[in-house]
Ligand binder design. Structure first.
Ligand code: MN
Ligand code: MN
Length: 307
């Protein structure tokens, strides 16, 4: 592991998060939010570890704006961003409640200081606290299931449920999801945490606590470099191999580079088995989901790189 590069990537992601908090407002186009975040990552000297995910309400993850996206920010918005420096990744996320129901709460006679007045805010607190508690107990040689147990226990103490089929993960050079997963529940597995680079990401909901596959996301990953017939597909494939390697990318970036003619190339690459396209991940009951995520380096000491 390259600690120096891991820390630089983490620092950039943390500055971008801070910046994102200053400008994201309700009704801002998601496209504009994604571009501002990604421009900032470049400006600070980072590369993209994956497309900025801006998932609203029941979409728990894997929504990134398309090149012509018209969606406006609203509801419970998850901002999940990734930076890498020479393949060393920082993966971090936070949630915002853009409905700001504080004024409504007056109408219903709720005290504005009551932090549980708004369900979106309560969900955000639940995932934030779950992550904080998980990081607190995190150390080399701990049972990984006990981290999941801590996340589950914390989220349930808010009357919410963790998303059982989404988890944190180990990261390696140019590999966003490598090695072990860090569950959001006590999965009773007997696996010990080793030194390494990890993302922990609790998701909380008042729904079923489960996601299923939704629409195609426009987020892809290279799975096979085998030959493809059409020239545009081949051109796009070469670009992906060179630029993104084994990290996820999106159709918006490909359109930016080649224009909309490349969408045909992407479709061919998917059909030919060169690319896997991720589906959006949607809470099965349709209820909102919050997410909080940090990257943690477990070496001789424990460092939250994305703080
Ligand atoms: Mn993430
Ligand atoms: Mn992650």
């Amino acid at each position: 592991m390259n600690t120096k590069k891991i820390l630089v990537a983490g620092k950039i992601s943390s500055q971008v998060k801070e910046y994102a908090r200053t400008f994201i407002k309700k009704d801002m186009p998601l496209l504009e939010i994604a571009e501002k975040i990604e421009d900032k990552i470049k400006e600070l000297g980072g590369e993209f570890a994956f497309p900025t995910n801006l998932s609203i309400n029941e979409i728990a993850a894997h929504y990134t704006p398309s090149y012509d996206d018209k969606t406006l920010a609203h509801g419970l918005l998850k901002i999940d961003l990734g930076v890498h420096v020479d393949g060393w990744i920082a993966d971090t996320a936070f949630s915002l409640d853009l409905e700001d129901n504080e004024e409504d709460s007056h109408k219903f006679g709720l005290h504005p200081e009551n932090k549980f007045q708004n369900t979106n805010k309560k969900l955000i607190q639940a995932s934030e606290k779950a992550l904080e508690n998980a990081i607190e107990i995190l150390k080399e040689d701990i049972l990984i299931s006990s981290i999941g147990g801590k996340i589950q226990e914390t989220i349930e103490s808010y009357g919410a449920l963790p998303i059982v089929n989404l988890s944190g993960h180990e990261m390696k050079k140019y590999e966003l999801h490598a090695g072990v997963t860090i569950p959001n529940i006590n999965d009773k597995k007997n696996i010990i945490l080793k030194k390494g680079l990890y993302a922990i990401e609790p998701f909380a909901t008042f729904g079923n606590g489960k996601v299923h596959d939704g629409k195609p996301s426009g987020i892809y990953i290279l799975i096979d470099s085998k030959n493809v017939r059409s020239p545009i597909a081949r051109e796009v494939l070469e670009f992906i191999e060179e630029k993104y390697k084994t990290l996820p990318f999106c159709s918006r970036w490909i359109v930016k580079k080649f224009g909309t003619k490349a969408l045909f190339g992407l479709r061919q690459l998917e059909e030919n088995g060169n690319l896997h396209q991720f589906p959006q991940l949607v809470e099965t009951s349709g209820k909102p989901v919050s997410q909080t995520e940090q990257t943690i380096l477990i070496d001789d000491e424990k460092i939250v790189t994305t703080e």
